[in-house]
Design a protein around this ligand. Structure first.
Ligand code: ME8
Length: 503
């Protein structure tokens, strides 16, 4: 089963921040989970390197645009590595292979009769790279997202006949009710389409930093079409020896933020249809991470640096926090204090302690060998039953419900902690007559921790990997989920999430 997941490609004229890390981690969790299911996964991320803000930033710094992007793109690549992203390729829209492929597709759209020459007049936000309609304007002709005054642009350029795709898009949305998730975002996209579509510029005449339009090389392809096409072009050159397009297109999931919904949920499927290509299977539109009411963004200057967070708390803590603190899909506040609280209460106490206690008790009471035992019926009952958690996680992650799946896992972490308190293995150990009971409790704890570490692996791969190694579980696949007999050797390891004061 092929599974192809993407993140937005990020603008390189700003520093990477937690908002970017968020989308990348979300897509990474999905990619890792599908690999655990034995699927054929391709995970793509990268950088969006053309457009006006890049050209302007380069000029301010006395660099050529190419020098600027060469200087900045590695920061995004490094951010990915630091947060544990397992992407299979990193695309840069200045890659010559991407440029050539964009020209091919744009030419096809032209040859299919969906392009014409016209005059654009209206408001343009260079930061969004978006031609704003009157209804999208903020007060005083400002960009509602970036809070900057907009320029009125007038230029002769080429248009894409978006309006001609209105009916086809409506049909697509009707036939595929889960094309866009969550459903309130689907409704937002659909009402945009139902409100009537206007044609959009396909090229820019005033800019030179971009992909030259094949039939009029003085103009460049409008940066959004250049950027969107990355999802398609990457497959053709990500592997030297193989064109992956047939294997992975259409994409299974595009993970994006709500700021770029219109481009992805409206322009993108229309443009693909115009080129005779299949639209993606699904799009997941997540909300904003906010710091005190405002969207975290470099231009607003209110960013939480993911590098600092990783340095202090570790990449797994950051990955975990993102989907616990804010319900995936919604907007939500993040803060340094919030990190610390989640870290202490959930990672260090709930999970780290459970793992350490389990390993320590097996070592102390059973010489480091998991005893033989049977599944304790109390752990198989109720809403937080341990048995079947893999099925629950699969079902939720099929819908990219990252927070709900993590909450389902956490309910089991809490259940196992209660089990320790209820059974009190340290007291059972004092009484030789309770030896079988102690075997059973330790077996259930070892099994519980092992299976939870497996379903947690996509979220917190580094510490889950260490824990699974300590439990002599070499497998990381969900096939390993089924019950394992006793007999495995376990070893104690340093705390997975050391207390903050001890770090
Ligand atoms: O829009 N909260 O790039 P970009 C959550 N190059 N997610 C956030 C966020 C926040 N505060 N800030 C950013 C672009 N993001 C285009 C995309 S794709 C073909 C081209 C995430 O650098 C979120 O995914 O402005 C958002 O959609 C994306 O970064 C925008 O990144």
């Amino acid at each position: 089963m092929p599974f192809y997941v993407t993140t937005p490609i990020y603008y390189v004229n700003a520093e990477p921040h937690l908002g970017h890390a968020y989308s990348t981690i979300a897509a990474d969790v999905l990619a890792r989970h599908r690999r655990q299911r034995g699927e054929d996964v391709f995970f793509l991320t990268g950088t969006d390197e053309h457009g006006e803000p890049v050209a302007q930033a380069a000029e301010r710094q006395g660099l050529t645009p190419q020098q600027l992007v060469d200087q900045n793109a590695p920061r995004f690549r490094e951010m990915g590595e630091r947060i544990g992203a397992s992407n299979d390729f990193f695309i840069r829209t200045t890659d010559p292979e991407h440029v050539a492929r964009v020209q091919e597709v744009v030419q096809r759209v032209h040859d299919n009769g969906h392009v014409y020459e016209g005059t654009y007049e209206g408001w343009y936000c260079p930061r969004c790279a978006d031609f704003k309609t009157e209804s999208e304007l903020g007060e005083g002709n400002t960009c509602a997202i970036h809070e900057i005054r907009l320029e009125r642009e007038r230029e002769q350029n080429w248009f894409f006949r978006l309006s001609a795709f209105e009916d086809e898009l409506k049909r697509l949305y009707a036939e595929r009710p889960d094309f866009v998730a969550p459903s309130f975002r689907r409704n937002e996209a659909l009402s945009f389409i139902e409100g009537g579509l206007q044609d959009v510029s396909l090229s820019r005449a005033k800019l030179s930093w971009g992909v030259p339009l094949p039939w009029q090389r003085e103009q460049v392809v409008y940066v959004w079409f250049d950027a969107l096409l990355n999802y398609y072009t990457a497959l053709s050159y990500a592997r030297e020896e193989e064109d992956l397009t047939d294997r992975f297109w259409p994409a299974s999931w595009h993970v994006i933020g709500k700021d770029i919904l219109k481009f992805h949920c409206v322009y993108w499927p229309a443009f693909l249809l115009a080129a005779g290509l299949e639209p993606p299977e699904r799009l997941y539109v997540h909300g904003y991470l906010l710091m005190g009411e405002k969207k975290m963004s470099k231009s607003l200057g209110n960013v939480l640096d993911p590098n600092e967070v990783v340095e202090r708390f570790g990449s797994d803590a950051l990955r975990f926090y993102c989907f616990r603190e804010v319900s995936f899909g919604q907007d939500g506040n993040v803060s340094a204090a919030g990190f610390e609280t989640r870290y202490e209460t959930e990672l260090a106490n709930d999970w780290g302690n459970l793992a350490s206690r389990t390993l320590a008790m097996i070592e102390r009471y059973r010489g480091g060998v998991v005893p033989d035992g049977e599944v304790d019926p109390v752990l198989g009952e109720g809403e937080d039953a341990l048995a079947g958690i893999d099925g629950v996680v699969r079902e939720l992650l099929d819908r990219a419900e990252l927070s709900q799946a993590l909450e389902a896992i956490w309910a089991r972490v809490r259940r196992l902690n209660r089990y320790v308190e209820e059974t009190k293995p340290w007291e059972l150990a004092k009484d030789a007559a309770q030896s079988d009971r102690l075997d059973r409790v330790l077996y259930n704890l070892a099994e519980g921790v092992r299976t939870l570490a497996l379903v947690l692996h996509p979220y917190i791969p580094e510490t889950s990997g260490r824990l699974l190694d300590a439990l002599s579980e070499g497998n990381r696949e969900l096939d390993a989920f089924g019950a394992r007999a006793g007999g495995a050797h376990v070893e104690r390891i340093p705390p997975l999430f050391p207390k903050l004061e001890a770090r």
